[in-house]
Design a binder for this molecule. Structure first.
Ligand SMILES: Cc1cc2nc3c(=O)[nH]c(=O)nc-3n(C[C@H](O)[C@H](O)[C@H](O)COP(=O)(O)O)c2cc1C
Length: 300
């Protein structure tokens, strides 16, 4: 997730509750081509503690995808994911993300270029139930599954729905049936509205797919995958550790305000959450976070 699953948060997950696999924030291939890979160091930074990490790219030019494998392999990633589901204007204006569902032949060219250049790394797709309606799903999935990606993750909403309404897990189950009917070796993951580990496992089991991907419920919650409800002091400690990691990875090159998404997650849902949230929202750097923790008697 852009602005959320950066190297600092992924290292927190590695420490407190590691998932089977984790994806980077999406990285622009047009950006790499035009501005140079060195301008995307922050998005592609990771430590081996987080392994396996899949790097997610977005773009609309098949030739750009030929370079994914070399970049991913050189940097030590375990796989390559292609975003075919992002509804953001900036991404769609480039012909990338969700609007590839409207250009299936281009999507196929992109996927086949990524596989050709993959240097043996698995290539996966993240997509949705359709662009305007779920009725588009079967045709769309049949086309992309035909290229034999290693995995397809389906967010249970259409592009038109963006993040509105509930994720449609019945449609995700149908998507799984379509994909497995074509090729049972393609890993199918469902995504949307999973708030707890047990719920994710249950939804995946009921949909008869291989697993689930979780997004928003991870924000400020590195304990998600061990199903732990962390206590107040554990949350303060984690928020301060996370802030230190953020500075270690990014220094001044990313705004510390990005940490605020996570602070909102760390400090919600328990009696003193609001007061702590307000205090953490007002800080400027990791030293301030450590000072709050120490003021609470927690040594970092
Ligand atoms: C802040 C934010 C950033 C996101 N960035 C990405 C992204 O970079 N790539 C991607 O495939 N999906 C991205 N998503 C979508 C999520 O991966 C996921 O599909 C969506 O939030 C639904 O799952 P959830 O209910 O578990 O959050 C993002 C979502 C949010 C809220």
């Amino acid at each position: 997730m852009a602005g959320v699953t950066d190297a600092s948060f992924r290292e927190m997950l590695a420490k407190y509750g590691k998932p089977d696999v984790i994806w980077t924030e999406m990285v622009s291939l047009a950006g790499i081509r035009v501005r140079g890979e060195e301008n995307f160091e922050n998005e592609m930074k990771f430590s081996f503690k987080e392994n396996p990490v899949v790097v997610q790219f977005f773009g609309s030019i098949p030739d750009d995808f030929l370079m994914c494998g070399e970049i991913a392999r050189r940097r030590g990633f375990s796989g390559i994911d292609i975003n075919m589901g992002c509804p953001d204007d900036g991404v769609e204006k480039q012909g990338a993300g969700a609007c590839l569902m409207k250009s299936p032949s281009l999507a196929v060219e992109i996927l086949s270029a990524a596989i050709e250049g993959s240097q043996g790394l698995p290539v996966s797709i993240k997509t949705r139930l359709g662009y305007s309606a779920t009725s588009e799903m079967e045709k769309w999935l049949t086309i992309i599954a035909g290229e034999k990606p290693a995995a397809i993750t389906i967010h249970g909403r259409t592009r038109s729905e963006k993040r509105k309404g509930d994720a449609d897990w019945a449609a995700i189950a149908k998507a799984g049936e379509v994909i497995k009917g074509l090729d049972k070796d393609i890993i199918v993951l469902g995504n949307g509205d999973i708030s707890m580990k047990e719920k994710g496992e249950q939804q995946a089991r009921e949909a008869e797919i291989d697993g689930y991907m979780v997004g928003r419920a991870l924000v400020g919650n590195p304990w998600f995958f061990i199903g732990k409800e962390a206590l107040k002091d554990e949350r303060i400690r984690a928020a301060a550790e996370h802030a230190l990691l953020f500075e270690k990875f990014f220094g001044e090159s990313e705004s510390f305000d990005l940490m605020k998404n996570h602070f909102a997650g760390y400090f919600s849902g328990f009696p003193e959450a609001k007061e702590l949230r307000v205090r953490f929202m007002g800080i400027k750097n990791a030293a301030d976070a450590v000072a709050i923790a120490e003021g609470e008697g927690i040594t970092i």
